[in-house]
Design a binder for this molecule. Structure first.
Ligand SMILES: [Zn+2]
Length: 90
């Protein structure tokens, strides 16, 4: 098991921004200057603004996006999937 998270390829940043835009709960925000995001983190992933963006909804959409993109699925596997306790049946 490795803790290293791959860098997000730049070409997916625009999609991430679109997802964030779709999930903004208000249109005026001084924290992010109405961008909906604060910047990118060390993994080149966009950090949504939690003042004006439904971060939870963004994560749900983002997981779906990753699942539907072969390259991202190969890169991240189930990294974005929630740790659900699915093995509790036995
Ligand atoms: Zn904001």
């Amino acid at each position: 098991m490795s803790d290293k998270v791959p860098m997000l390829p730049d070409k997916h940043l625009d999609s991430a921004k679109i997802i964030i835009k779709e999930n903004r709960s208000k249109t005026q925000c001084k924290t992010c200057y109405d961008r909906g995001f604060i910047g990118t983190n060390q993994d080149n992933m966009i950090v949504p603004c939690n003042k004006c963006v439904e971060v939870e909804a963004v994560m749900i959409r983002w997981r779906k996006y990753v699942r539907e993109d072969e390259e991202l699925t190969a890169l991240y596997g189930d990294y974005f999937e929630e740790d659900e306790d699915e093995q509790g049946s036995e």
